[in-house]
Design a protein around this ligand. Structure first.
Ligand SMILES: Nc1ncnc2c1ncn2[C@@H]1O[C@H](COP(=O)(O)OP(=O)(O)OP(=O)(O)O)[C@@H](O)[C@H]1O
Ligand SMILES: [Mg+2]
Length: 472
């Protein structure tokens, strides 16, 4: 690291030089503002400037202003006489964020220099991430640099222009809808409609009437003839979200639209012809549903011409910093906040979390932190407690927070979570829960009493088994 010291007093220059050289810094000296500027002109390897504001010739403040213009990212530490706080305030206005009051202690200098350089490192890292965002690690507005996401980008690029139906798999919050939209927008259908159907949340009759439309009087409440979403999406794409939840009857009708490219409105005998590309998504295990005869195999093969499998965020942790930078920028702008970066401690917490809610959970976490942030940096204190003090169930990625914790409480919390979880998995049957945890039932029972895990009578328990909370 290379530091430029600008001071007209030789003694001070010497002191600073010695202090910094002892810390392995490479030091360059200048005795005036003019000299400093010409050094900076010819040497772009300087990482930091220490500048006395009281200078002969052009003033320290003018020098600072000139550096800000020619070299906006270069950190400058201003040295100012203890009495002249005004000078410090003036310097701050011109973009020096650090100052050392005179007289100073050596440790103070080193501390401030390291702080300024750390900040510089962070801003650089942040810039690098931003550059990555704008360059290659995004497709449409899907962000990712992991191998698995890059494969997805390639797949979208190849598949989008075709007419093939597409099936997208992925846990909740992995970006299924985002990918569906990206495919539509990269296809020749982009100028026509992209229609989203929330297949999972509608009762079957309502789903059918919204997909296929209905004639006036087709059912009670059908007061007027209505076009279905397949007609709205003609020439475009239809996104069938949560396809695994569609009932068998509607599945048969869907199959017909796919095969014949035609359908009938409810209550009508006339067929309507449409040209619609189907993009379906699910986080259900369709193979299992097919084995249980809850999902038609023929429909599956018709939809699953091209499969996009979105990996959960915990399997591509290297995308977390990039996504974080993306959401930081997005929400800072939306909320008019000046927050620019996230501290290394906070990033470590994000990297350690398992993100069951995937990218959506990360997005919500960053949005919240940005809204609560009153400075330029997001620290751990702006992250929700469940991230900061995790009771990890998946893997032992545990963190001692900077202000410490009670190990006993943490262990109890961990035990509690594990026991509650296994009781749930065992439908409240203690004997089974004990087996899952490889404990004797009596040990589990004792622990439950100690941890105050209470009564929860379960409905579906076999007679001879012991239910959580009922005394054995
Ligand atoms: N790779 C990504 N890059 C940027 N933003 C993403 C990415 N993946 C997901 N998101 C964002 O996360 C949120 C959730 O994404 P989306 O709604 O597409 O997920 P989903 O898989 O459809 O979830 P669900 O199953 O819960 O419906 C959205 O705000 C989306 O913009
Ligand atoms: Mg979705």
């Amino acid at each position: 690291m290379r530091v430029l010291i600008v001071d007209d007093e030789e003694v001070l220059r010497d002191v600073l030089e010695t202090v910094l050289q002892r810390e392995d810094f490479d030091v360059v000296l200048a005795a005036s503002g003019e000299e400093a500027l010409s050094v900076l002109d010819g040497d772009d390897a300087i990482d930091l400037v220490i500048l006395d504001v009281m200078l002969p010739g052009i003033s320290g403040i003018d020098t600072l202003r000139a550096i800000r213009i020619s070299n906006p990212q270069l950190p400058v530490i201003v040295i100012t006489a203890f009495s002249s706080i005004d000078g410090a305030i003036e310097a701050m206005k011109h973009g020096a964020f650090h100052y050392i009051p005179k007289p100073f202690k050596n440790e103070e200098v080193i501390l401030t220099v390291n702080k300024a350089l750390e900040q510089r490192r962070l801003s650089r890292e942040n810039e690098r991430l931003k550059a990555e965002l704008s360059e290659k690690y995004a497709y449409s507005n899907i962000i990712g640099k992991s191998e698995s996401m890059r494969k997805i980008f390639d797949l979208i690029r190849l598949a989008a222009p075709s007419r093939s139906n597409i099936l997208i798999f992925g846990e909740s919050g992995t970006g299924k809808e985002l990918v569906a939209k990206a495919i539509h927008h990269a296809s020749p259908r982009a100028r026509n409609a992209f229609v989203t159907v929330n297949s999972g949340s509608l009762p079957p009759e309502l789903l059918e009437s919204s997909l296929f439309g209905h004639m006036k009087g087709a059912f009670t409440g059908a007061i007027a003839t209505k076009r279905g979403l397949f007609e709205v999406a003609d020439g475009g794409s239809i996104f069938l979200d949560e396809i695994g939840n569609i009932n068998l009857e509607t599945q048969a009708k869907l199959l017909r639209v796919i095969q014949e490219k035609e359908f009938m409105r409810l209550g009508s005998v006339e067929t309507v012809k449409v040209d619609v590309r189907i993009i379906a998504a699910t986080n259900a295990d369709l193979a299992k549903l097919m084995a249980e005869s809850k999902f038609r195999e023929d429909l599956f093969y018709r939809l699953n011409v091209i499969t996009v499998s979105l990996p959960p965020l915990r399997r591509r942790r290297e995308d977390i910093p990039l996504l974080t930078a993306h959401f930081l920028e997005k929400y800072a702008e939306e909320n008019k906040r000046k927050v620019k970066e996230i501290t290394p401690e906070a990033m470590r917490i994000l990297m350690d979390h398992s993100w069951p809610g995937n990218v959506r959970e990360l997005e919500n976490t960053i949005e919240r932190a940005v809204v609560l942030c009153t400075s330029e940096r997001i620290g751990p204190e702006l992250l929700p407690d469940y991230l900061r003090f995790p009771v990890q169930t998946e893997q032992p990625a545990m963190i001692v927070p900077t202000d410490g914790l009670s190990l006993k409480d943490a262990v109890s919390r961990y035990e509690r979570t594990m026991i509650l979880q296994s009781l749930e998995m065992a439908n409240g049957v203690q004997k089974k829960a004990a087996e899952l945890l490889q404990l004797k039932p009596s040990t589990l029972n004792e622990m439950m009493k100690r941890l105050g895990i209470g009564t929860r009578a379960s409905a579906n328990v076999e007679d001879d088994e012991v239910v959580a909370g009922t005394s054995s």
